[in-house]
Design a protein around this ligand. Structure first.
Ligand code: SAM
Length: 306
């Protein structure tokens, strides 16, 4: 018998005290491994959805347009965001998509409630604008909302400028759309490269950007302690230091721990970090030798050997 899927959904992680989410609601998020993709849902599939609206302008409009697309006419959309992170433009965005909006404010959030009209305005355009596409500055597949989606991150540029010729089995942790991995795979001595990122959109873009049988792709949360990979010769990474929009220095430290756990004895980890990031102590704790490779333009680079 076909599984009966629910008709209530929740996108992202809205503050529970600000919006009721049904216990059986289907979970949608590009940033939670295992969550469904809103993009994959047929039109008019849901009767209610609660959306934690993302901050970036194009992604914000895209997610709200997707939420309206998957709602049946008359269905309820509750959208919320902190006032200073796109909450202040929620109402305007929803009105521009053809909705009548009731808005309230609580705990520094704006909360908008709408009933999906029979016909919305501009959904297809908003969805096309926020969907996967080639970012001209990168010349690569990307998507608004992905890390540094339309330009090379200056820290990654520093790492690229000092890449050694890697050898053997490796991983690119927090791979984004695959900028570093593409450079690593230029070495014929690399036998395999695992690209790992928490962002499903980044992994989907990386798959399109890298056509190489040595590459494998995984959407995974590297905060999970279960070993994803073992016995690697090398790891490359530009570790994140933001979680859900807030600075979290422990995230980069966790990446360093995971890299060390994945490497074989003698394996190396190359990483770049903003100069202010406190990574030296954790590098010294996890690796046998740590070689600083210099500081440039606000970034510091390391090679750590296990
Ligand atoms: C600083 S960006 C680097 C991206 C890419 N390597 C580049 O150079 O453009 C860090 C990446 O880590 C990913 N990330 C953040 N938290 C993560 C987590 N808990 N597990 C896995 N990846 C994560 C982000 O989605 C982002 O793509």
């Amino acid at each position: 018998m076909a599984e009966q899927l629910g008709t209530e959904g929740v996108y992202g992680s809205p503050l529970r005290e600000l919006a009721d989410v049904a216990p059986g609601a289907r979970r949608f998020s590009p940033l939670t491994p295992g969550a469904e993709a809103l993009e994959d849902l047929a039109d008019a599939s849901l009767t209610r959805i609660v959306v934690a609206a993302p901050p970036g302008a194009v992604e914000h409009r895209y997610v709200l347009a997707q939420a309206l697309r998957v709602l049946a006419p008359g269905g309820e959309l509750i959208a919320l965001a902190p006032k200073d992170k796109s909450g202040s433009r929620l109402r305007k965005t929803l009105e521009s998509l053809g909705c009548s909006v009731e808005e309230t404010a609580r705990r520094h959030h704006r909360i908008c409630q709408v009933r999906r009209p029979q016909a919305c305005d501009g959904l297809a355009e908003a969805i096309a604008e926020g969907g996967p596409r080639i970012a001209p500055n990168l010349g690569l597949w990307s998507q608004p909302g992905v890390f540094s989606w339309d330009r090379l991150d200056p820290g990654s540029a520093q790492l690229l400028a000092t890449l050694p010729d890697f050898v053997g089995r490796g991983a690119d942790l927090g791979c984004g759309v695959g900028v570093l991995a593409r450079a690593v795979l230029k070495s014929p001595n690399v036998t395999s490269l695992a690209l790992v990122d928490i962002d499903r959109r980044a992994i989907a873009a990386a798959r399109r950007n890298i056509d190489d049988p040595r590459a494998s792709f995984a959407q995974a949360d590297l905060r999970e302690p279960a070993p994803l990979l073992t016995d690697l010769n090398f790891v490359i990474m530009n570790p994140p230091f933001h979680d859900a929009g807030a600075e979290d220095r422990r995230l980069g430290q966790t990446f360093i721990r995971r890299a060390a756990a994945m490497l074989k004895k003698g394996g190396t980890c190359r990483l770049v970090a903003n100069i202010g990031m406190p990574y030296e102590a954790i590098l010294a704790e996890c690796f046998k030798t740590v070689t600083p490779l210099g500081q440039r333009q606000g970034y510091k680079l390391f090679e750590a050997r296990k």
